[in-house]
Design a binder for this molecule. Structure first.
Ligand code: EPU
Length: 339
């Protein structure tokens, strides 16, 4: 059966920020073969196809997308448990990350539990190098399978080939954007291996014989207090990246704001908690304009409570960028991908 390619589809319903114009075409794909068929169709359009998952980390402009949007719903979850200590978990790109995590902890495996309750699909995890509570997927991914949009070549990328960085990877580069992720393989552990160094989780170190399920439950609990319910309000989690600045610049800022949280990013650089800056330095926690706000429980999270347009969000974004720059001299960047 041929693919059902819809025309002129509003993307607002396909993103969690709930704004954005129409795509010329949209297709949902559930298998690699369907994806390839979609990529073939896209070759007849003027632009590269836009591959989306749950749309939980993108801001689509009011102009929409002139080309084909492919909603990646490729399924499949395979566990290779043959090793004594390790488990190799291979998932289709369209699987929901949190559903997969729930299953891994129910089986008693370790690795993904700190990433619980993050909205989004498996396919997005290597692109953004999704991370939370001291764990980034780059420490777990062994390979990523993808198809090249122009040549339809299929390739398995090793971890090194993914070129992971903080919320960054090869798949965000101009060349990398041509690859559509189909499968991701994670290296999980059968052995107890809690990762509890992140400030919010340190108290769990006191629990004897802790399970990955207990960590998952605590992460869900913490997140429920810091993040809005994305079923009710428009949001895409952290809207900006935590800026990475030179150690000297950080030390200078500490003179004025001694409590400014910072974490070593390299020998010479510090990653600064932008949520703290927006809250304590810029006083923008809970600030709203034109139906767009910085969330009252976590200033790094932008919420769309009433705007119908991407323009209002972009205006708000630029206002925040300017405020941070004026107060601290730091140039911040969005974490959410702009389309
Ligand atoms: N803080 C404030 N006020 C605020 C927000 C934060 O003072 O309004 C302070 C916190 O008290 C803490 C520090 O800032 O000392 C950092 O805050 P938090 O632990 O909440 O983490 P974050 O740096 O704001 C990052 C990720 C999140 C991830 C959390 C937990 C980025 C851009 N964001 O947020 O990822 O869930 O750590 O690990 O790196 C996402 O990428 O969409 C995302 C939600």
């Amino acid at each position: 059966m041929g693919l059902l390619i819809e025309k002129n589809v509003s993307l607002a319903e396909h993103t969690t920020l709930k704004v954005g114009g129409a795509a010329d075409y949209l297709v949902e794909v559930r298998t690699v073969e369907e994806l390839v068929e979609g990529l073939r169709f896209a070759q007849q359009t003027a632009t590269l196809p836009l591959i989306i998952g749950s749309g939980s980390n993108i801001l689509v402009s009011d102009a929409g997308y002139h080309g084909l949007v492919i909603k990646n719903l490729i399924t499949g979850v395979i566990y290779d448990t043959s090793d004594q200590d390790k488990v190799l978990l291979t998932c289709g790109a369209g699987e929901q990350l949190d559903t997969v995590i729930a299953d891994t902890v129910a089986r008693g495996y370790w690795g993904l539990e700190n990433l619980s309750a993050i909205p989004g699909t498996i396919g997005a995890t290597p692109i953004q190098n999704v991370g939370a509570y001291g764990v980034e997927v780059s420490s777990l991914i062994t390979s990523v399978e993808a198809v090249q949009a122009d040549t339809l070549e299929v390739k398995k990328f090793t971890n090194a080939e993914c070129q992971f960085g903080y919320r960054d990877s090869f798949f965000k580069t101009p060349l990398g954007k041509k690859w559509a992720v189909t499968k991701v393989t994670f290296n999980l552990s059968k052995k107890i291996s809690p990762q509890l160094e992140y400030k919010d989780l340190i108290s769990l170190k006191e629990i004897k014989n802790i399970s990955s399920m207990q960590i998952r439950n605590e992460v869900i609990n913490i997140r429920s207090k810091k993040f809005p319910d994305w079923h009710r309000v428009g949001t895409a989690g952290s809207f900006f990246k935590n800026p990475i600045i030179k150690n000297e610049v950080y030390e200078k800022l500490k003179v004025e704001w001694p409590d400014l949280p910072g974490y070593p990013a390299s020998e010479t650089e510090t990653k600064v908690a932008l949520g703290w800056v927006l809250d304590k330095v810029c006083n923008l926690k809970g600030f709203c304009r034109d139906g767009v706000c910085l969330y009252e429980q976590q200033a790094l999270v932008l919420v769309n409570i009433g705007s119908q347009s991407a323009e209002a969000i972009i205006k708000f974004e630029n206002f925040v960028i300017d405020e941070v720059n004026k107060k601290t001299g730091i140039a911040i960047e969005p974490e959410v991908l702009h389309v």
